[in-house]
Each structure stands twice: as C-alpha cells, then as structure tokens.
Design a protein around this ligand. Sequence first.
Ligand code: BGC
Length: 756
Amino acid sequence: MRFKKQISLLSAAVAMCWGSVLAAETGAQPWMNAQLAAGERADLAVREMTLDEKLKLVYGYLGADMESKKTKRPEESHKQSAGFIYGVPRLGIPHLRETDAGLGVASQAGPDARHGTALPSGLNTAATWDLKTAYEGGAMIGAEARAYGFNVLLAGGVNLMREPRNGRNFEYAGEDPLLAGKIVGAQIKGIQSNRVVSTLKHFALNDQETNRTTLNVKIDDQSARMSDLLALQIAKEDGNPGSVMCSYNRVNGVYGCESSYLLTEVLKKDWGFKGWVMSDWGAVHSTIPAANAGLDQQSGMPFDLADYFGPPLKEAVLNGWVPQARLDDMVRRILYAMFEHGVVDQPVKPAAESIDFKANAAVSIKDAQEGMVLLKNSGAVLPLNQSVQRVAVIGGYADRGVMAGGGSSLVYPQGGNAAPELMPKTWPGPVMIYPSSPLKAIQARLPKAVVAYSDGKDPAAAARLARESDVVLVFATQWTGEGFDVPNLSLPGKQDELIAAVAAANAKTVVVLETGGPVTMPWLPKVASVLEAWYPGSSGGEAIAGVLFGEVNPSGHLPATFPASEAQLPRPALDGYPEVADKRFDVHYHEGAAVGYKWFDLKGLKPLFPFGHGLSYTDFAMSDLSAGVKDGILHASFTVKNVGRVAGKEVAQVYVAPVSARWEAPKRLVGFQKVEAAPGASVKAAVTVDPRLLAMYDSASKTWKVAKGDYKVILAADAAEAAGSKAVSKVVHLEAAVYDVNGKPISSKPMNGQKH
Ligand code: BGC
C-alpha cells in the first residue's frame, strides 16, 4: 500500500514538473498546455483555426475503399477501418482514427482484416451483472484499439431490448435501463482508461434492424425518458463518453441525426453532454437541418447520399444558414473530447504495437464464463464428471469453434474463420465461427473417455450416437447480425428437431446455446440442462468447457426476458418484416416504458425464463432485508448465504413495487449486487437507489417526481420470484420529492448566504 502511495506521489511530482515544462514549451500553442482544462484548451485552439480547418474536423471518411461508390480511403487512414477524420497537424491536433466496436477491434472485411481479441457478446457481459468485468473487458479492447493506432473506439451500444428479434441485440446490454446503462457505462470507462474515446450509441430508439434507416418510432417523451433514454443517460453519466453516435431511424417523424429534440434538447442541454455527436455511417440526410439540430460530425463518407458536411456546409456557414457559432461549437466539442480524453496529449503511435493476445484471451474467457447463464439443471449431469466414459458432442460446429455475431462489430480472430464456407460470406457476413473448439476443450479434459462428434445434420444418426453415450452435449447456434432481424424466436434450421431427437434417445442431454438473444425451447422439458453461452468470444470453446466441467461455477443471469412465444411480445409480428427496401412506416411503442419484464408483469404473462434468472452449481438463500430512507434516498441491505457445497456467485436483485402510486408497470429493478460466497458463508451487501428509479418523469417540468406513499422493496433472484409471494420484502414510506432531469435533488431552500 505504502509503496503504491509513494509511487503516486512521485508520479504527481513528475507530472507537475512535466506540466511546467509543457507550459513553457507550449507558449506559442497554449492549447497544448495539459494543465489547462479541456474546455479552455478547446476554446484556444478553435480561435486559431481557419474555416477550412474547422470544416475538415467535422467531416469523416470511411477508412476503406468502397467499390460500389468507387471511392478510396484517405491514404493516412488505417486500412479497412471504420473511420478517419483529418486533424490539424499545424496546431498539434492529431487525426481521428476510428474503429468498431463494443466487442473488440473489428475490421472492415477484406484481405487486410486485422486480428483482435473478441469479447463475448454485449448481452453476455450484461448477463455478468458485474461492473468490474464490464470495465475490464472495456479496458482490454481499448488497449487493443490503441495498440493498433486507433484513438476512437465506436463502442458503447446500449439500445434497449424492446424487440428480442432485433439482429443487433448481441451488441447491446438487454432490456433494463439500470442494468444496461451501468454495464455499458463501466465498459466505456474501461475503454477510455486507455486515452481512447468511446462512442455511446445508437442515439436513440434504434431497436430493430428491419428498415432501420427509414422506419419511424412513435413514442412519447415521458416513456422514452424512462426507458431507452434512461439507459443512455446512465451509461453517459457513468462512462463519460467523448462522443455519441446518432442513429439511422426516425423518432416521431425526425431522423435521429437531425433531431434537435434528441441531440440538442435531451443530450446536450438536459444531460449536459460536452463531447461531440457523430452520425452513424449513412445516417445524415441534410446539411442545414442536421447541423442546426446538433449533429457535430458527418461520419463515414461515402455512405451518405451527399457530401452534406463538405462543401454544402461551407456554403451554409458563409451564408449564415448555419451560424458560424454553430460550426465553432461543433469543432469545440470535438476538440474538447480530444483534450479531455488524452487523444492529443497521448497520441497513438503511427505503427501498430505488439499485443499480448494470451493475456487478452484470459480477459475474454473470464467475461464469457461470468456471463453464461445456466437456465436449467436437473438430472445431475452438470457439472460434468471427469469419470464419464462416453460423451457425445453434437452440432453447432462444436468440432471447429463458436459462433460470432455479424456486422460492423465483428472482430476477426487470430487463426481465421473456422467455417469459411458458411453463407453469407459478404455483408452482413461473413458468418464467423471463432476457432476455439468446444469439442477439443472437452476432449482435453477427458483424456481417457471416448468423446465422439456428430455434426447433427442427420438427427437419426445423432440420436444413435446419443443412445450409446453416457452424456450428450448438443450445441445449437443462432446467427444474428447487423442489418437484419430474425424472423422468429425459434432456433434456425432443424435444430429444435435435432435436440428433440437426441433428448428422446438420451435423457442426459445438455443443450449449449450460442444465440444472439432469447430463443424458444420446445424441447425444454425433455433435456437435463441448458446453458446459454451467448456468443462467447474468441476463446469461447475453452470458456464453455470450463463451465461445463465446473471449473467455474456459472453465475450469469438473464439481462432479458426469454418469452414463451412471440405472441407474448408487445408487437407479436415484427413491424416491416420481411424487409422491403426503403419502406417507410411507423413503429408504435405502445408499451411505452414497460419494456421486457415490465411488460410481462403488466400483462400477467409467464415467460419461458424471466429476466434475472440464472442457476448455479450451488444454492443461495437471501435474508435479513432491511430497507430505509435517509435524506429521501432509499437504501437496502441484505445477506446472501451460500447454502450449497461449492463456492459460487449470486446476483441479488432489488426490485421496488409501488403500493398505491402508479408506474408504467408493477415493479422496476432498482439495484443489484453480485456477491461471491464460499460454501456455508454469508455475505452482507447493500444497494443505494437512484431516485429516478422510484419516480415518474414529468415532461412538462423536466423533473422526476416521486409520489408520496408506500413502496414494497423486494429482494429476489429474478423478476418472477420478485412477483411471487415467497420473495423477501419490506415496505417503506416515501415522501413526495422532485428531482431534476438528471436525478439530482431540487433544493427548495435558498443557498447559504443568498438572499430571497
Ligand atoms: C453501425 C455502427 C458502426 C458504423 C461504423 C454502422 O453500420 O450502425 O454501429 O459503428 O457502421 O462501422
């Protein structure tokens, strides 16, 4: 401890000396003085810039050649990268080099695709319910981005799962604004710890891919602020991202990237966001409306139909149609984020640096194992016993590797695609199987057993193998990706049939799911166990085997409800599906803020698996709930006891249900804690509740209002248990209270020393 303190004193002293050296040396360029605040530095630099330099900074290119449009990437950009923006070298402002995305350093497809470490899917990370794991994953992918010479990572996707068929759910963090916002906020913080800007996205309400560029979401302000926007707001507060990416879709008639409501009113004014808004690639539709609405940078030309922030913006500024002050604000915001997040002071190196892929794989494995959800476990099959003699491994390319999601977030692994023959091979493909074989990882753990593989294409043959085996492990995959949604929640192809056939042949069947999101399971009663392994990342085979054998006790919990059928959803049929190009239509979010489990509660629906559900190889008991209100803030504390035989982790979830007040739904998640306990041990834990989660948002006054009354505080292991009579609960009384738009108390008393 003391040693650490000495080091930090020393580094503070070095920083001070360095600061004064810098101050002396930066006389001619005062904005390079790292001692000044980022805002001041941005102001100083903007003053020095010519109109053309300013215009350059608000105009982004794709960092790859685009054959269909016959465009070439800027020479200075990194090959096959998502974006490039010219800096101002004369003023010491570096170029912005952007790469996707939230699961690691992705690559535009092609021969020069760079290799990265893929984290498991965002849903997996959300399923960890563990902010430290989310932070560490972010820190790892941010470090890889920096090592490859990128200073912007287009990571921080937190679109709420309103639509379980959304092809991009795997990039996001589930259906609950608190959980999703906290997880993504922690990830952004981790990324930015590398002095790399992270990009909160997609702003906002881009919750399905079908016609994502033309559809129009209809939602009222109150519902939006209490659902999708709340997730973004929490992630913004916790993560402090340097940039935000506006989305493709329209909201109440206006495109996300030209919505002054979303960009200027909500994000910049209400939430006080100081960084810059970049467009999604191809999401700009105008010059003057977009710039005046609050868009600060056009991204990824030539994706847009026109050069909106190129020459047309110059013309607009020269004519005063876009005020000079607006252009200065756009530039200032970009520079602010660059100074604030170290992009200028700690520039990335021109050539790629070496990466410790082994160490990074360990981070990915830990995240995967912390987020895999044991959905069902009966029949004493799992954890697998080392003494098992004959094991059948069936389907899901398990001999070769594990599934990844498609689209811009796809990370190309070392070793290449283990199933390069899969279609589609081009956008939104390639369908990628990471070369981390569960079969090999299982065989390595059972050197004396016979572990046989069947690809599952012939269900009868697979069933024969199952019959001759002691234990059967069936792997099922669902490929999802950007730019398309899945038609329904069934596993694609004949996998349901395969699982049913195998389970009929051998009751000791374990199903391992590698899916983008929720799926239905018609065979569920017939199988012994189900492990939801999501997309488990580039070392996924190893991660899965570790959990199957109990080297790691599963502790993931669902970040989204698994419906029993599509009929239970607010929109049983997905609007616009199957997609007709350029079709314009409304998607009515009639469920308002009642997303996911809130909808299921409201309608009294019983899902296949509830939000928050997750089993372990041990058992836990939760007790001693105490709940109290201090200075208007609700606190709850409780005890979690491991009453089983092996060490494990439990996710204690605290929900609140108003007794008399009316919310959008009967209850909300208001806090959670993941606790680790040895067998027999008890752990005390506590949560403090954000008052916004106890309030209704009032659009007219832009405040969060807590209604006076009694509220039931519930401690539970999932949302269904919380609704039942067996859950531990306490009733507290809350006085009426009002919080500002950011959930801060509005003081009714005058400040000290101020007169009335
Ligand atoms: C996606 C963004 C991504 C961008 C750049 C878009 O298609 O929606 O999430 O960051 O492309 O590749």
